[in-house]
Design a protein around this ligand. Structure first.
Ligand code: NAP
Length: 291
């Protein structure tokens, strides 16, 4: 148990709900390892209270905070400065105080890229044609990450034609060289055999619906040899989607490393020093009963 002193500096996560967030576990484990006088707290904030909460954080000198659903987009106009990658994604997940006010960034992009970079260092990303399942907030971070790797042709699959068109339009406005194609689910069968990176950004298969997969085995069998299946879900580990992927011979990556790395990138911003990523990863695995 950490000792809270009169000088303990405050960090936290805002969202609604935040009760199920794993962030306090990994951040407080890292803070304890570094022996720093900080604490990271769950801070439940309703959508209607966001502006008042931010003003309150200023008043009590909060050092920084993580942002989760439903505030990732609505917080943008309340910040003094937004980092270019958060601008690109259109969402903020990390905020800290500067002399000019609150500054926001999006560490999901870096988090998503970390396991791709370490496990698949030699891949020529300009030849990779990814297919992204889902078109929500995480899908935007994935597109931004893939752009950074050098992918220029990306397929996005969703269930709502209007949302897909909006998603495509948002990118077309800011990234002229990106060839982003959107599809409804019934078109997925024609894409699977053409892709070497299939990324699930939908919550399908997330605990407690652990026997669900966004893609059936019959379709996954069409994946080319050596393809990567990447599921942003970290609980269960592996998901049904990844189990099927491995069964058909693909390389599987789950969402735990993304969670750890986006958290580590945020903590490094707040503490302005290197952070113990291994301790953060271990604390999460222990918490999830997966060690
Ligand atoms: P989001 O903004 O709500 O987007 C979810 C997307 O999934 C939407 O496009 C939604 O479609 C689609 N979807 C939802 N249920 C579906 C279903 N039954 N069938 C087909 N499509 C469905 O959520 P998000 O923030 O992007 O998060 C998505 C997932 O990524 C969650 O599981 C989250 O835990 C995970 N995630 C993981 C990390 C990590 O660090 N590992 C980070 C961020 C997110 P509609 O728009 O049509 O509703």
């Amino acid at each position: 148990m950490q000792l809270i002193t009169g000088k303990t500096k405050l960090l936290g996560v805002i969202g609604d709900p935040v009760e199920h967030s794993f962030s306090p576990v990994m951040h407080n484990a890292a803070i304890a390892e570094l022996n720093l006088d900080y604490v990271y707290l769950p801070l439940p904030v309703k959508a209607k209270d966001l502006e008042r909460a931010i003003a309150g954080f200023e008043a009590i000198g909060l050092v920084g905070f993580s942002v989760t659903i439903p505030h990732k987009q609505t917080i943008l106009p309340l910040l003094s400065e937004i980092a270019p990658n958060a601008e690109l994604v259109g969402a903020v997940n990390t905020v800290w105080r500067t002399e000019r006010g609150w500054k926001g960034t999006n560490t999901d992009v870096e988090g998503f890229l970390a396991p791709l970079r370490t496990t698949l260092r030699l891949r020529d990303w300009s030849q990779v044609i990814p297919v992204i399942l889902g078109n929500g907030g995480a899908a935007r971070a994935v597109v931004a990450g893939l752009l950074r790797l050098g992918c220029s042709k990306i397929h996005v699959v969703g269930r709502d034609r209007d949302k897909l068109d909006l998603f495509k339009q948002n990118w077309a406005d800011s990234y002229l060289e990106l060839d982003l194609k959107v599809h409804i689910w019934s078109e997925l069968s024609g894409l699977v055999s053409e892709t070497n990176l299939l990324v699930n950004t939908t919550p399908v298969g997330m605990y407690p619906f652990v026997d669900k997969s966004p893609v059936e085995e019959e379709l996954m069998e069409k994946l080319p040899k050596g393809a990567i299946v990447y599921d942003l879900i970290y609980n269960p580990r592996p998901t049904e989607f990844l189990k099927i992927g491995e069964k058909v011979g693909a390389i599987a990556i789950d969402g735990l490393e993304m969670l750890v790395q986006q958290g580590a990138a945020a903590l490094q911003i707040w503490l302005q020093q290197p952070v113990p990523v291994d301790v953060m990863r271990r604390s999460l695995l222990e918490h999830l009963g997966l060690n």
